[in-house]
Design a protein around this ligand. Structure first.
Ligand code: N2P
Length: 363
């Protein structure tokens, strides 16, 4: 009763000050499986701003919507290398940092790393970060390669003789050319950041060699398939594989899922919150980004999605099971083996798109 009275008073004041918050809507476009239950409701309860929330599972999908213009989105979450070229294309508006006091909770080193893509952190704030590694079904591996085989290398995917043994239980890779080609190139001893067409073609040739053993190219389906035991080996994003592990444990179906950052190294990426230049409601967008940066909110999200965040003050509230897992918060010696992506120039981008279509269709 009392609370309701209070809300009514707040609403009255808000109306007096201009557009009532109650009439406002915020349009968020984020990755699938990337937010905790309840967070959006809490935002609406606190601010009166309704949230339209839609999801995607590829940077290419997001980019197409943004470059087409008038996307209607207020907050989007591109990966940093994609954001860099979108910034250059004029897609974003600079953040008004005076409206983001919770920036003080962010980790300086990680925000400095994000500056490689966005100097001065002018347009983006790190939402979550992670790695692109391998998810696997522990029993399927033991059955095929022996109890003593330790999954610690990309060879389980890129060695045709090994991966062929997993064809029957299901091998999947991400539908993300700018992550898959560099992983193949790195396995071949080439620079994963190279844009030399010969290097990209070498990576493509390796992917084509294992192509017959791949069941599908998809960037979100593998979560439930790994959890149900419908597939047994997936190139996946760290938190998504941990979500699969968690779902299997909750279902008590006996499926044991593991995630590793292979010893040859893996991609480390940052997903950034940004506001499109033509966002209908930049005020609400700032309010939302600041709300997400509240340490308890970010901690709640990490505890739900199993992704590392860059919010230093949230970490004491993150489950120890997560902060201590080397697959989520990799220790220094593992971090030393990670690489980061840089955006492809237009020519490379075209080549990569062509190569990818060729690989996927298997022609
Ligand atoms: C969440 C996937 C986000 C990671 N499902 C991709 N950068």
């Amino acid at each position: 009763m009392h609370k309701r009275y209070l809300l009514a008073t707040v609403a009255a004041f808000a109306t007096a000050g201009g557009a009532a918050a109650q009439d406002q809507t915020l349009n968020v476009f984020n990755w699938s499986d990337y937010i905790a239950e309840g967070v959006l409701d809490q935002f609406t309860e606190e601010t009166g701003i309704a949230v339209n929330y839609d999801v995607y599972d590829s940077n290419e999908t997001l980019e197409a919507r943004l470059l087409a213009g008038n996307s209607g989105f207020d907050v989007v979450v591109p990966t940093s290398d994609f954001m860099q070229r979108q910034i250059a294309a004029g897609v974003y508006q600079p953040l008004d940092k005076s409206r983001l006091p919770n920036l003080e909770h962010m980790d300086d080193d990680l925000m400095a790393a994000a500056e490689n893509y966005d100097p001065g952190n002018e347009y983006g704030v790190i939402y979550m970060w992670g790695t692109t590694g391998l998810g696997y079904n522990a029993d399927a591996v033991a059955e095929r390669l022996g109890e003593d085989y330790e999954v610690d290398s990309w060879e389980i995917l890129f060695d045709p003789e090994i991966v062929s043994q997993f064809e029957d239980c299901g091998v999947t890779v991400l539908d993300a050319p700018s992550e898959m080609l560099p992983a193949a190139m790195n396995y071949l001893g080439l620079d994963p950041r190279s844009t030399d067409p010969d290097d990209l073609e070498a990576g493509a040739a390796l992917l084509e060699e294992i192509r017959p053993h791949i069941r599908y190219f998809h960037s979100s389906q593998y979560i439930s398939d790994l959890a149900n035991g419908n597939v047994c080996l997936s190139v996946g994003w760290s938190g998504d594989v941990f979500q699969a592990r968690d779902r299997a444990a909750e279902a008590e179906n006996g499926v044991e899922v593991g995630y590793i950052i292979p010893e040859e190294g893996a991609l480390q990426w940052f997903d950034m919150m940004g506001i499109p230049a033509d966002a209908p409601n930049p005020d609400a967008a700032h309010e939302f980004i600041n709300f997400i940066m509240r340490p308890e909110i970010t901690a709640e999200i990490t505890n739900y999605v199993w992704y590392a965040n860059a919010n230093e003050d949230s970490l004491s509230m993150v489950d120890e099971e997560i902060t201590s897992d080397p697959g989520i918060f990799p220790p220094e010696e593992v971090r030393a083996r990670l690489w980061t992506a840089q955006p492809y120039d237009v020519r490379t981008d075209r080549l990569v798109t062509r190569i990818w279509t060729r690989i996927k269709t298997g022609q």
